[in-house]
Each structure stands twice: as structure tokens, then as C-alpha cells.
Design a protein around this ligand. Structure first.
Ligand SMILES: NC(=O)c1ccc[n+]([C@@H]2O[C@H](COP(=O)([O-])OP(=O)(O)OC[C@H]3O[C@@H](n4cnc5c(N)ncnc54)[C@H](O)[C@@H]3O)[C@@H](O)[C@H]2O)c1
Length: 346
């Protein structure tokens, strides 16, 4: 089998996202699996080249995962014609300049979101031509979201009326428990704030599931104004740690979206997406999706259509809008109810 090695410069690899999500769980997992098989039989194998600020930490990561190359010089790696792709998961404020440099060097780019810290910056990047760009949209591929999308496509909800999205957890102030996120997340001047962090996700996720967003109202807040940084020094928080949005879709459905790093949660998953429609409701998380359907009474006439429908509901837990009973002359009240119900929903 032909093998094609693609060298990927991974900048920001010492960070939370760069190390776990992108290096270990993506690039190295694909490499260790033998690569991605193309239709022509070629296997494309990514070969990470680590880029960062700390020699010591890069050396440690390279040694731990048998990675041959690492560097603290972005210039060196971008001037190397052997590097095919530039990936960026640095702090948000450092991204635009590095991505622009990579585009100028002719590298294809894959980057964490947001692509830039401002709209002007994102437009500047979008106008830089000649390469293949990609921005992380990982939430589209969560198992819970995939199930939810299938329900939407199956017409399970009838007409979608409303969406409630709950996201958040308490990020400790580092007094006395260590913070789970670094201090730049709470400094606007360093690209921090929950809006830049989470709203790019909500935009592509909600538009993908429910169609174009036509109106948006959002209110942000800094609930915790003082925190302690990595050195233990107290600092004033300059970025918002919560945002509350109300948005409307082209379809007329309304979404209420709560995002906060100052909530203590008691729910199954970190992100919870509730959808209510005329025919059914669902609550989806990262992995699971629980459904409730407004089914009419089931027909007991025993035709194949009805038996299949019962099977879908009982065995698979998927309750799509009921099919009409196909039995000639069936007068079951359940069937009349189902027909009326289907007619009402259109
Ligand atoms: N896809 C997601 O679900 C998701 C989740 C969280 C964060 N993110 C995004 O990923 C990016 C990285 O977030 P993270 O939580 O991994 O951050 P982090 O603080 O853990 O890591 C930041 C990385 O940037 C490097 N860096 C470069 N310049 C820096 C500077 N001036 N100050 C501090 N660090 C600097 C650090 O060395 C480190 O490797 C952010 O843009 C964030 O918005 C994405």
C-alpha cells in the first residue's frame, strides 16, 4: 500500500487543546492507526512537528510520543518546504498573526476557533488566498449531536419551536483550588472571554442543526471580577465569564443559549441542548440523546406498517411521526388519531 506522509506543524502543542485533543487524540491516534485511507488505496499519515515557546516542554512531549522534530522557531518551520500544513491552537490573541504568516508561506491551515480575535481579523484571513483553510468545528461530530441531527432529519420533532442550550461549569478562581483554565481566558487584552471561546461553536452548531440565524440578542457579564494567576498573583478580570443569548432562526424557532464559567452544574453532560417541537422533544448532550414523543395511541391492527412502527418505538427508541395505517378499511380509533395528527402537523 502506498503511504504519503503529511508533515503538520502543530503550534500551541503544550496547551490543553493542542496536547490532548489535537496531538494525542487526533494526529497521533491517526498515525498509530496507520493513517487515513484514500479511495485510490493511498494511506495518508500525519507526521507532527511540534512548535512552541518552551524547549524543555517540547522535548518532553517529543520524547513521550516518539516525535522526531520540534522547534521554538515558527520562521524555521514555515520556511521548510517539507511542511504541508500549519495547525494553530495557541492562545487566541496570538493566532491571527501566525496564521497569516503560514498562509504567506503557502502552507495549508487548520486552526482552533476563533480563527481571529476580531471580525476584521477573520475577514483579513479569509481574503488571503491560495491555500486550503479549515477551522475546528468539533461539536458537529459529538455522538449526542449526531443522534439529534438524525432526529431532525427524520422529522421526529414536527415543527421545531424552541431550543435551550446550557453550557458551563465553575472555573475556580485559584483560591484555594487550582483553576482549570489559564489566566489569559479572563483577560480581554489576551483574547479571553467566554464569547470568543464558545460563540463560534454555537454559531456553526445551531446553524447546522436549525438553519440560518436571523436575529440575536446577547448580554454578557463578569460575575467573578477577581482571580489569581499561575504565579499566585491577584488580578482584575477584564473579560466576561458569562453570556446569555436569545436568537431566532429563519424557521421562526427561538433559542435561549446560556454559557457561563460561574455555574455549578447538576446535569449529565457539560453541554445540554433541549429541542421542543410540535411532535416531540429531545435533550442531547455530548454523548447521549434522550427523546420524548407525542405519539397518538398505537394501532393494534397488525399490519406491517404498524408492526414496523411499534418496532421503531419499542426496540430502537426512535419515535418518528407515525405512519398512517395501510390496512384497507381499518377503522381503529388509533389509526384515525394518527391520521388526524399527521394532518395537523402537515
Ligand atoms: N475546540 C474547543 O472545544 C476549544 C475548547 C477550549 C479552547 N479552545 C481554543 O483553543 C485555543 C487554546 O486554548 P487552550 O485552552 O488550549 O489554552 P492553553 O492556555 O492551555 O494553551 C495555550 C497555548 O498557546 C501557547 N501560547 C502562545 N503564546 C502565548 C502567550 N502569549 N501566552 C500564553 N500562552 C501562549 C501556550 O504555550 C500553549 O501552548 C484557544 O484559542 C481557545 O479558544 C477550543
Amino acid at each position: 500500500m502506498a503511504r504519503r506522509i503529511v508533515q503538520v506543524a502543530v503550534n500551541g502543542v503544550t496547551g490543553r487543546m493542542g496536547y490532548r485533543q489535537h496531538l494525542v487524540r487526533s494526529l497521533l491516534a491517526i498515525r498509530d492507526d496507520g493513517g487515513v485511507l484514500l479511495d485510490d488505496g493511498t494511506s495518508v499519515v500525519p507526521e507532527p512537528v511540534l512548535v512552541g515557546r518552551s524547549e524543555e516542554r517540547l522535548r518532553q512531549i517529543a520524547g513521550r510520543h516518539e516525535i522526531q522534530r520540534w522547534t521554538t522557531s515558527l520562521d524555521d518551520v514555515l520556511s521548510d518546504p517539507g511542511i504541508d500544513v500549519y495547525f494553530d491552537s495557541q492562545v487566541t490573541a496570538a493566532r491571527e498573526a501566525s496564521v497569516r504568516q503560514a498562509i504567506a508561506a503557502g502552507k495549508h491551515v487548520y486552526t482552533e476557533k476563533p480563527a481571529a480575535g476580531s471580525l476584521d481579523g477573520a475577514v483579513r484571513l479569509a481574503r488571503a488566498a491560495g491555500i486550503v483553510p479549515g477551522v475546528v468545528q468539533d461539536k458537529l461530530f459529538l455522538p449526542g449531536v449526531i443522534k439529534l441531527r438524525r432526529l431532525i432529519n427524520d422529522g421526529f420533532f414536527g415543527r421545531v419551536l424552541s431550543v435551550r442550550l446550557e453550557f458551563g461549569y465553575w472555573v475556580f478562581e485559584r483560591d484555594p483550588i487550582a483553576a482549570q483554565r489559564r489566566s489569559w481566558n479572563y483577560r480581554e487584552e489576551h483574547g479571553g472571554g467566554i464569547i470568543l471561546d464558545m460563540f463560534p461553536h454555537w454559531q456553526y452548531l445551531l446553524a447546522d442543526l436549525f438553519g440560518p440565524i436571523t436575529a440575536l440578542y446577547a448580554r454578557h457579564a463578569t460575575h467573578i471580577p477577581l482571580r489569581w494567576d499561575e504565579k499566585g498573583s491577584r488580578y482584575d478580570v477584564t473579560a466576561e465569564d458569562a453570556a446569555y443569548a436569545l436568537l431566532e432562526f429563519d424557521s421562526g424557532a427561538i433559542a435561549a443559549v446560556n454559557s457561563s464559567w460561574a455555574v455549578r452544574v447538576n446535569r449529565r453532560e457539560l453541554i445540554e441542548l433541549q429541542v421542543d417541537g410540535t411532535a416531540g422533544s429531545a435533550v442531547a448532550g455530548l454523548r447521549h440523546c434522550a427523546v420524548q414523543h407525542r405519539s397518538p395511541r398505537r394501532c393494534r391492527c397488525g399490519t406491517r406498517t404498524c408492526r414496523l412502527w411499534r418496532h421503531r418505538v419499542a426496540e430502537l427508541g426512535i419515535a418518528s411521526p407515525p405512519p398512517r395505517c395501510a390496512a384497507a378499511g381499518c377503522t381503529s380509533p388509533a389509526c384515525a388519531g394518527a391520521a388526524r395528527f399527521a394532518g395537523l402537523l402537515g
